[in-house]
Design a protein around this ligand. Structure first.
Ligand SMILES: [Zn+2]
Length: 117
């Protein structure tokens, strides 16, 4: 599936640590840095790649993971590109809905590069 390959390249370009997930139902285990003083330096998410848009991902995420969404590593649904990503997690003194767009500057450009390199 090309989408998974593109995500793997994207994580590499972003400098995010990734490996194939050994957990059933997930494609990648991804660790990315967080500089917030109340976080422990990084977050880890389990990524399932599904070909859906952002709104559908958020809906499906709530249906699938419900209350366990805040368990670490946090389950995440990634679709076609950084704008179509969704997970929830504790971050700093709060937390909530997350997207790759909030974590990487120029994510869309990086996604386009990942398609070609
Ligand atoms: Zn954090």
């Amino acid at each position: 599936m090309w989408l998974k390959l593109q995500w793997a390249r994207f994580f590499t370009l972003a400098g995010w640590d990734w490996r194939l997930s050994s957990r059933r139902g997930f494609d990648f285990a991804v660790t990315f840095p967080c500089g917030h003083s109340e976080c422990s330096g990084s977050h880890m998410i389990l990524v399932r790649v599904v070909d859906k848009t952002a709104e559908a991902l958020a809906r499906k995420h709530r249906e699938t993971f419900g209350e366990t969404a805040y368990d670490s590593p946090n389950p995440a649904l990634f679709g076609d590109g950084p704008a179509n990503t969704f997970w929830v997690m504790i971050h700093g003194a709060g937390g909530g809905d997350e997207s790759v767009l909030a974590w990487i500057d120029g994510a869309q450009r990086m996604w386009e590069r990942a398609a070609h390199e």
